[in-house]
Write a protein that binds this ligand. Structure first.
Ligand SMILES: [Fe+2]
Length: 227
């Protein structure tokens, strides 16, 4: 279901896989996360000071060689969900023809950890699949909103008038199987993971790589071609 928060189409769904398949995805996500920590890849990306936790893509063949059976259906489902979203939310009539690129990131939190406020700057949309939200969580209706427990918080992208901010942010309760797809540039964060156990999710950043006239652009780099 796509809900229009402010002018922002946000898809919420539940994953279509049975428990054993979700467990396979969760185990693989945790295993790849730790593999990345112990074997950081050699690449040309700068080591920026915001402490990026992971610079990898589980859709690379290097990682998919280790993936469980559910990985292929998961990847196909991401693609079809995104194409359908582009058609329904943005009216992209030829959504089925677009060249789409994706990066799949394993996210793994221990109690007390959270996602800082951020947006995603290399893509158009972000899809999250929650695989593990820990144990011993307080029911949302009994939870102090000043503390929270792992809720995804989306912020109204519009500049605001004299109006209380807490009526403008949207909290999304997270649970295993939840899927959320939202525009990548919207500021978002999560409340700290205050339960026990582990919090595990797969994040897919998605971008449209065709039909966007990007080939028309040239780089500005302090020089001009002279006659
Ligand atoms: Fe994010």
């Amino acid at each position: 279901m796509i809900e229009y928060l402010w002018p922002t189409p946000v898809l919420k769904d539940t994953a279509p896989w049975i428990q054993s398949e979700m467990d396979e995805l969760r185990r693989y996500t945790v295993e790849r996360f730790h593999d990345h920590k112990t074997n950081p890849p050699v690449h040309g990306l700068p080591d920026v000071d915001v402490r990026l936790r992971v610079q990898l893509n589980l859709f690379h063949a290097h990682h998919e060689a280790h993936a469980p059976a559910v990985w292929h259906p998961w990847k196909l489902w991401v693609e079809s969900t995104y194409r359908n979203y582009l058609l329904e939310a943005h009216g992209v009539r030829n959504a089925q023809e677009l060249k789409i690129e994706a990066r799949c990131i394993p996210v793994h939190y221990l109690p007390g950890m959270r996602a800082q406020p951020h947006y995603h700057h290399t893509c158009d949309h972000v899809l999250c699949l929650y695989l593990d939200c820990g144990q011993g969580r307080s029911p949302p209706e009994q939870r102090s909103w000043t503390v929270g427990d792992g809720e995804l918080i989306l912020q109204d992208p519009r500049p605001m008038a004299g109006f209380p901010f807490w009526e403008k942010v949207r909290y999304i309760e997270t649970f295993p199987g939840l899927v959320v797809l939202h525009p990548s540039r919207i500021w978002h964060e999560t409340n700290p993971f205050n339960a026990q156990g582990e919090r595990t999710l797969l994040v897919v950043t998605l971008r449209v790589a065709s039909h966007n006239y990007s080939d028309l652009y040239t780089e500005l780099k302090g020089e001009a071609s002279c006659h």
